[in-house]
Write a protein that binds this ligand. Structure first.
Ligand SMILES: *Cc1c(COP(=O)(O)O)cnc(C)c1O
Length: 362
């Protein structure tokens, strides 16, 4: 079976170092907010070019904590995309705010900045751009709108670790950047993990308390916080993997380039604008032949996946509240999108087998 992502091969390539360091951390017995979490936060902040990085329990929590720290609350509206994983909208709902879905750009699949201003109301307090599949959203355009309307911007970087626009890494443009270390993400740990980056002293101070029961000092509690800490063992693994993230992302890019040059001309391969560099968390195409391609791949034991089959405004949990809104581009992308396996370690002959199988449908 050719999987969407091959975590076993990646582990094998780092096994010696990971095994040693995980066992050291176990023996060291500082399991909560231990030294590896502190080192990782420093190393991740340096890598991402952010003033601060605060570990937390997941990417979902990173979004939630960032929204609380940015002061988003019940009754507020937050503009985002409906072409994303549910967590983006869940986090907005956790603080009692309302997700306002804006349609996407048909080429990048990211929120279309030209449609944002029409969705702004007096209740709008923030925008959450999602760098979907690893393609950076046009942040200069987003920031211009946000500055004009005094909106906070919280970037969902769960799929874009290491992606940059010019020299700025996604997550460093505004109030906060929210990262996920779910195992299959570009930088993944061996369980759940997340991180918020920020350049704001104030938001950093809040995050430190929010992730740890609202406390700066043990048994002194200033606000209602959460139990949402990055695990020491996960931080140990992340420190090792962070050293290889550029190689991992370059490997994904190489596979994507190979697909894009060789796939049948009727398939709309991922668009690369000249705004930022794509880190290919997913390699996602548009095609009218989705079922036939999936059947051909599955017959050869090759995985494929539809990210995302149902846009958020059509999900059971939201569809009543959003029955009057239409997002034509989002809906048509959901009907045509298909993702193929992409991971840094994919051998050339595996890539060729996938390409041949896909092209055999035409
Ligand atoms: C994975 C993901 C999340 C949530 O991250 P978790 O670590 O799984 O909680 C949020 N947003 C997007 C776009 C994601 O892909």
């Amino acid at each position: 079976m050719i999987p969407m992502v091959d975590l076993k091969t990646q582990y094998a390539s780092l096994k010696e170092e990971i095994d040693t360091e995980v066992l050291n951390a176990v023996a060291n017995a500082q399991y909560i907010l231990g030294p590896n979490v502190q080192y990782f936060e420093k190393e991740a902040a340096d890598y991402l070019g952010a003033k601060y990085a605060v570990g937390c329990a997941s990417g979902t929590d990173a979004l939630h904590l960032a929204l609380v720290a940015a002061g988003i609350k019940a009754g507020d509206e937050v503009i985002t995309s409906a072409f994303t994983f549910i967590a983006t909208a869940e986090a907005i709902c956790y603080v009692g705010a309302k997700p306002v879905f804006v349609d996407i750009d048909p080429k990048t699949f990211n929120i279309d900045p030209t449609l944002i201003e029409a969705a702004i109301t007096p209740k709008t307090k923030a925008i959450i751009p999602v760098h979907i599949f690893g393609q950076p959203t046009n942040m200069p355009a987003i920031m211009k709108i946000a500055n004009k309307h005094k909106l906070k911007v919280i970037e969902d970087c769960a799929q874009s670790f290491g992606a940059k626009i010019n020299k700025t890494t996604t997550g460093s443009f505004a109030e906060a950047g929210c990262h996920s270390f779910f195992p299959s993400k570009n930088l993944g740990c061996y369980g759940d993990g997340g991180l918020v980056t920020t350049n704001s002293d104030e938001i950093h101070t809040q995050l430190i308390a929010l992730r740890n029961h609202g406390s700066f000092e043990r048994y002194h509690h200033h606000v209602i916080g959460f139990n949402s800490r990055l695990d020491e063992l996960q931080a140990t693994i992340l420190r090792i993997k962070l050293k290889h993230i550029d190689t991992f992302n370059a490997g994904r890019y190489r596979v994507a380039q190979n697909y894009s040059t060789k796939l049948h001309e009727s398939i709309q391969t991922p668009f690369e604008d000249n705004i930022g560099n794509h880190v290919y968390h997913q390699y996602t195409v548009l095609t009218d032949n989705r079922d036939a391609i999936q059947a051909a791949l599955s017959a050869k034991e090759i995985a494929s996946a539809v990210y995302y089959p149902i846009p958020l405004h059509k999900q059971d949990v939201f569809k009543e509240d959003y029955r009057d809104i239409q997002l034509p581009v989002t809906e048509s992308v959901c009907a045509q999108c298909l993702s193929f396996p992409v991971y840094p370690e994919m051998p050339e002959n595996t890539q060729q087998k996938i390409i041949d199988t896909i092209n055999s449908v035409f």
